[in-house]
Design a protein around this ligand. Structure first.
Ligand code: AMP
Length: 360
């Protein structure tokens, strides 16, 4: 089996590493010189919509997947019909655009915060009149990890519009949330979905800082699974799909965004589950049967941003798993992560705090 991945980042790297036992051949396409996955697979340095590269993938691969959602949907459309493409171009197109994403949530009855489409300064002024200043202006595209977001409580509409360079955006009301969780599920060609338990996520400056699983709440788990099924059915989706939610003060799930791929909040599954999200995704897109997925104990993950640690305690300690993506250091760049698994939640939280203190 030959698998092509558009994008050669750490997610592609872990899809390859975590599915080694199947002996699949991987080709990764990435315009950069040495993306993390290039150490483990053949790397084609190319733009994603280069026709020669796409034709090569059609000739040499059985299935194509992605490691980030900003792959041009046109490239996926070109591949579709000629070769299996999971996720399909429609799902990727929706997830690339915050407005389409929120409209889809609303259309199928999944609660979101109040939002408005913004195409001009006048739109912004009128939307603030309706939603209020306790809101965020978010660009519709290229806005992951808190990028291209302007908090309106200290900003005039004129300044915000100028700062946003006038790109198409949405204004959304801030959610006064108790916490944030995500649901990771994998859907197979036989239309069965296997879910991991909800994972609780802690962000700093809009970037995921740490995750703890499971977030134990049977009612919300069921509700989130229902929402996940509604979306993957609607999108005719195969593979790993993730929804990020706020839990508001009334204990309701409010959908924030979704990802048509494996996710940073699922890195704990490498050690905390019998089938990781990466292996599960590869199994689903190659039609290998998944019988069940189970987890053990309590798992945590801490992201390493900006600078790799040189703490020997972290590097040499067998109770932590340190992942180094091999990237050069840069402010707020995700360079690696650390996971740990414990039998009980209190021990896990102690461990996570320990890890965080060593990363400062
Ligand atoms: P996003 O890029 O939309 O995932 O936003 C990154 C993070 O910023 C979220 O995980 C939240 O912590 C915070 N955030 C984004 N949108 C909102 C909102 N409407 N209300 C409150 N916090 C938000």
């Amino acid at each position: 089996m030959h698998i092509g991945i558009l994008g050669g980042g750490q997610l592609a790297m872990m899809m390859i590493q975590m599915s080694r036992k199947y002996n699949f051949d991987f080709i990764v396409v990435d315009p950069s010189d040495n993306p993390p996955a290039s150490k483990y697979a053949r790397h084609i340095k190319s733009n994603y919509n280069d026709k020669n590269t796409l034709n090569l993938l059609i000739n040499e691969c059985d299935v194509i997947t992605i490691d980030f959602e900003n792959v041009p949907a046109d490239a996926l459309k070109y591949l579709e019909g000629k070769i299996k493409v999971y996720p399909n171009s429609v799902s990727v197109e929706v997830c690339q655009d915050r407005l389409k994403e929120k409209n889809l949530f609303q259309e199928i009855g999944i609660p979101t915060t109040q939002y408005k489409k913004i195409n001009s300064e006048e739109d912004l002024i009128s939307a603030i009149g309706e939603i209020g200043n306790d809101s965020i202006l978010k660009s519709r595209k290229f806005g992951y990890d808190g990028k291209n977001q302007i908090s309106m409580d200290n900003c005039t509409p004129e300044n915000a519009w100028l700062k946003s360079s006038g790109v198409e955006a949405i204004l959304e009301k801030k959610v006064n949330f108790k916490t944030e969780v995500s649901l990771i599920g994998v859907k197979t060609e036989e239309k069965k979905t296997f879910f991991y338990p909800l994972v609780e996520n802690f962000h700093q400056n809009g970037i995921l800082n740490s995750s703890i699983a499971p977030y134990e709440n049977k009612v919300l788990q069921k509700q989130a699974e229902n929402y996940h099924n509604l979306i993957t059915d609607k999108l005719n989706y195969i593979g790993v799909f993730v929804i990020e939610f706020f839990i508001n003060e009334d204990n309701d799930l409010i959908a924030n965004e979704m990802a048509p791929r494996v996710h940073n909040s699922g890195h704990w599954t490498n050690e905390g589950a019998d089938i990781s999200q990466f292996e599960a995704h590869i199994m689903a897109i190659t039609n290998l049967e998944i019988k069940s997925i189970s987890i053990s104990g309590y798992s945590g993950m801490v992201n390493i941003l900006s600078k790799m640690p040189n703490e020997q305690k972290l590097i040499n300690n067998s109770s932590y798993n340190l992942y180094d993506y091999g990237k050069s250091e840069r402010e707020n760049r995700k360079l690696g992560h650390i996971t740990c698994v414990k039998d009980n939640r209190n021990d896990l939280i102690e461990n996570i705090n320990d890890i965080k203190s060593m990363l400062i």
